[in-house]
Design a protein around this ligand. Structure first.
Ligand code: FE
Length: 278
């Protein structure tokens, strides 16, 4: 057994995106080498509705998957495939932009908006795949309870139980882990996989270091993650996948492999040919 060391801790930066949504960009384009295949993690934790109600009006995506998961809150959405719906407490939207989707994401007033949006890169060969959309209700997310821990499985497999998504393009383990105070929790993984956790509440100790909430911890090589919650317990999202190791060309909501592909996307947006499937 080789315990995973901490490679990096990041707290991210407060930013305004969309039409004026206050969020914390925990990881972003400057982190992409370390976090491959994860491109971005935006975290929302707001009790003032003016921080989020302006929302993310109609915008395009291509070449990525976006995964939105809310512990609390409500986001109304609609897209160019004709999907309409609401992401509520405990629900997840798994959207494969592929060749192109145009959508809007509009948070609605609620007592608290708490959750994240993760951007997952698509492999070069799948960048232009057919767009797809999964609306995962809270009841579809299995939960494993052990003494001191509750683990919700959004994608991948944990203790022989599979979540609603396996990752058609990038196999991803996405867990939502809650620990009672002073609980040691461990997980075995492929030593080479990219692994990071984002602490939603509480704090943990790992690799001899105490880390408080609203931080992401990226781990280095090793086959076993081991951490312990501190006195107030902890809740964190865990993300693991194999890196793609492919070139990245990134322009806002479009992430491709070459500059030519970005220019083509821009041209298609201008002349109305961006959407290939509807
Ligand atoms: Fe979007």
């Amino acid at each position: 057994m080789q315990k995973k060391p901490i490679k990096r801790i990041t707290g991210g930066l407060v930013q305004y995106d969309g039409a004026g949504v206050k969020l914390v960009r925990v990881i972003g384009r400057q982190d992409v080498k370390d976090f491959d295949p994860f491109l971005m993690l935006d975290a929302f934790d707001a009790t003032e509705s003016e921080d989020y109600v302006k929302g993310f009006p109609w915008h395009p995506h291509r070449g990525i998957e976006t995964v939105t998961y809310l512990i609390e809150g409500m986001i109304e959405h609609g897209d160019s495939l004709g999907n309409r719906g609401t992401i509520n407490d405990g629900c997840c939207q798994w959207m494969t932009a592929g060749s192109g989707i145009i959508h809007q994401e509009m948070p609605q007033e609620s007592p608290r908006m708490l959750g994240t949006q993760l951007w997952l890169n698509l492999p070069q060969k799948d960048k232009m795949t057919e767009p797809a959309y999964r609306d995962i209700r809270a009841a579809e997310i299995p939960m494993i309870e052990n003494p001191g821990s509750q683990v919700r499985i959004i994608s991948g497999t944990y203790q022989q139980v599979s979540g609603p998504v396996q990752g058609a393009y990038v196999k991803t383990l996405y867990l939502d882990v809650s620990l009672e105070p002073n609980v040691t929790w461990s997980l075995e993984l492929d030593a080479q996989d990219t692994l990071f956790i984002y602490l939603v509440r509480g704090s943990v100790e790992t690799d001899g270091q105490q880390v408080p909430y609203h931080r992401a911890i990226l781990f280095g090589e090793g086959d076993t993650l081991q951490l312990r919650s501190l006195d107030e317990g902890a809740r964190f999202f865990l993300h693991a996948a194999k890196g793609l190791g492919e070139p990245i060309a990134w322009a806002g909501p479009i992430v491709m492999n070459t500059r030519e592909e970005l220019l083509l996307a821009q041209k298609e947006l201008n002349d109305g040919t961006f959407i290939k499937h509807s």
